[in-house]
Design a protein around this ligand. Sequence first.
Ligand code: AMP
Ligand code: MG
Length: 273
Amino acid sequence: MSRFDIALPHTFKHGESIKLKDFSSGPPEDIGFGKKAAHKRIGLNAVEMAEMAKRLYAENRRSILLVLQGMDTAGKDGTIRWVMRGMNPTSCQVTSFKRPSEIELDHDFLWRCHKAVPRKGNIGIFNRSHYEDVLVVRVHSLVPESVWSERYEQINDFEKLLSSTGTTIVKCFLHISKETQRERLQERIDVTEKHWKFNPGDLKERKLWSEYQQAYEAALSKCNSEHSPWYIIPSDKKWYRNLVISQLLKRVLEDLDPQFPEAEEDFRGLVVE
Ligand code: AMP
Ligand code: MG
């Protein structure tokens, strides 16, 4: 047991209906360490994770899909930068899902996500995901309720298919307070180097904060299964958020315990001339 074991995400029972206000968006009060120690731990984790990811790639049997969701400014991009340190880019892919294109809209909502699922041996990260189709789509009524309400079950079936064919799914909701979002949006307005991150549309979305929280509560509650769990990541402090996700991913890799495969032929004793 290390003192960093305190940095594991909140989970909840399958079938439980959750309320986000019951979950803290900051580190525990009794945490006992800070940013510096967390960064050191993340660095050490990165070394261990890179070794296990190498084995996962060599083994070429299974894959990991990390799904990142959260309100604007929750830190999806920052998490990817931190957590994927030291990983071999050949075996990791990040897919960012934006507003669907015309061709994507001409298919079922899972089509573009299914195409982006990591191949065997790889780690895939979804920066936003198929969950947008029950979040922004629900909040803005982009399709009728009769359509989006069917999607939770469709998502569960999709994720069951992935997990039963060798993909370990890890879904993280980056949980921030409304006040943290205010501060981060204000910074994007005030700091010249951050202007590029600011989208005036984010202010309109912020007005729909409680509608989004409700949509998240429904998605998390309805699509939380043993084979595809949601983790609620306290994300008001970036260092704590990164540490929790790093600890979580390291544990997932340890549980998979990938091994270098045996050579198909016994070529011991061969001499290369
Ligand atoms: P960003 O992550 O800041 O680059 O913004 C991407 C935008 O695409 C967000 O406003 C998302 O809500 C939006 N988006 C992603 N997926 C969908 C979807 N399936 N339908 C509508 N909008 C989406
Ligand atoms: Mg944005």
